[in-house]
Design a binder for this molecule. Structure first.
Ligand code: PMP
Length: 397
């Protein structure tokens, strides 16, 4: 049985009175993560994979143990199919650059209309370099993905489909298994952006059936500056290395280079060693966490509370504990400032989904993103403050 108070106690930064509901942007860091990083710096700080001394051996083992933890967390078929990057953005760019030889002018790339800029702009850059064409999977009126339209677009034989597992603005969970199965039948590669899914859902990348899956440490109670590109070993093996340098080579001469095996071939240079070790600790913690029922309770409390206010909830369908709203006649930034004044941290803006907001006819929205360390009282407090703020700003309008 999940104990939210015991879970909360694992986060040193949460001893403050402030209410933190900006977990979609970044979660707080667990003590186990801080301790893992601290002991690397205090006890065995060395570079990895290149030394025969005991410090390097210990650092290498810790990094490789973190790889095993990630493999287990997402059920990757092979530990070599877990590549450390600096985050989701870096992971998606690694794929987009790595596929440069795969695209010809006129080839199609499908992206959904709810993508974060990190899962849109790298494809736009790839399209610019190769002459490929981006097509957008539209949304239905409730802002969920239009699967019929998706199937129709697959008839054009796209070479790649890029879609988020969970939208960082809508909080909606996309049917990624079906998306990947249909893409595969149509002969397309798939990249799933798991940045917002990894902390909320039990992710099984083999069951999803994607070629590539990307996520960030800082959204799963881990450190900043580290993330993962995982997927099918064969698909990762097709990527041309994006960065050249140490670690990613097999043999180098003045005449040429042959590359190292996966995962090292995609991990040029010294990586964020302490962060990788911290990420491993976060993965271990997440793997033993079973907060889905509690998160569903918090989501229901939030949605019920919002239903009693004059707000519009963006998107309908299966969702994680992340909800964005808009309020007629009130600017989202005014609401966020008011809440900040009451010690409540939320996020206002376009959340790096400008095209989605354009589609919804909104300049931005207010996002409440809940983690299992949040309490029901915190949400009630936030809803009450939101009601005050709306009444105040609507009166002023
Ligand atoms: N995709 C989604 C869905 C996200 O929510 C985010 C972070 N807001 C990113 C990609 C980018 O993640 P990062 O900044 O950690 O690279």
């Amino acid at each position: 049985m999940f104990d939210p108070i015991a879970f909360r106690a694992q986060f040193p930064s949460l001893c403050q009175p402030e209410i933190y509901l900006d977990n979609g942007a970044s979660t707080q860091t667990a003590a186990a993560v801080l301790n893992a990083m601290d002991s690397y710096y205090r006890e065995y700080r060395a570079n990895v994979h290149r030394g025969s001394h005991s410090w390097a051996e210990r650092a290498t083992s810790a990094v490789e143990a973190a790889r095993d933890s990630i493999q287990s967390l997402i059920n990757a078929a092979d530990r070599r199919a877990v590549v450390f990057t600096s985050g989701t953005t870096a992971a998606i760019n690694l794929v987009a650059w790595g596929l440069i030889d795969y695209f010809q002018p006129g080839d199609r790339i499908l992206v959904s209309a709810m993508e974060h800029h990190a899962n849109l702009v790298p494809w736009q850059l790839l399209a610019r370099r190769t002459g490929a064409v981006i097509e957008v999977i539209p949304l239905k009126d409730d802002a969920s993905l239009d699967m019929a339209a998706y199937e129709a677009l697959l008839a054009n034989k796209p070479k790649l489909v890029a879609c988020c597992h969970v939208s960082n603005t809508l909080g909606l969970i996309n049917p990624v298994e079906a998306i990947c199965a249909k893409a595969r039948q149509a002969g397309a590669l798939t990249l799933i952006d798991g940045a917002q899914a990894i902390a909320h859902l039990k992710v099984d990348i083999q069951a999803i059936g994607c070629d590539f899956y990307a996520f960030s440490g800082h959204k799963m109670f881990g450190p900043t500056g580290v993330g993962v590109l995982a997927g099918r070993l064969e698909s990762l093996g097709e990527l041309l290395p994006f960065m050249g340098g140490g670690e990613m080579i097999d043999k180098v001469s003045f005449e040429g280079v042959t590359f190292n095996a996966l995962p090292h071939r995609l991990e040029a240079g010294t990586g964020p060693i302490s962060e990788i070790i911290g990420l491993g600790a976060a993965a271990n913690m997440l793997q033993s966490l079973d907060a889905s029922a509690y998160e569903a309770e918090l989501t229901a409390l939030l949605l019920d509370g919002l239903a009693a206010l004059p707000v519009k909830v963006l998107g309908q369908g299966p969702r994680v504990s992340l909800v964005s709203i808009s309020v007629d006649g009130v600017h989202h930034s005014d609401l966020a400032h008011y809440l900040a004044g009451k010690g409540i941290a939320v996020r206002a803006g376009h959340h790096c989904t400008q095209p989605l907001h354009q589609l919804l006819g909104l300049p931005g929205s207010l996002r409440l993103a809940v983690a299992p360390y949040n309490t029901k009282q915190e949400l009630q407090h936030c809803l009450a403050a939101l009601a005050e703020a709306i009444a105040l700003f609507q009166e002023m309008a």
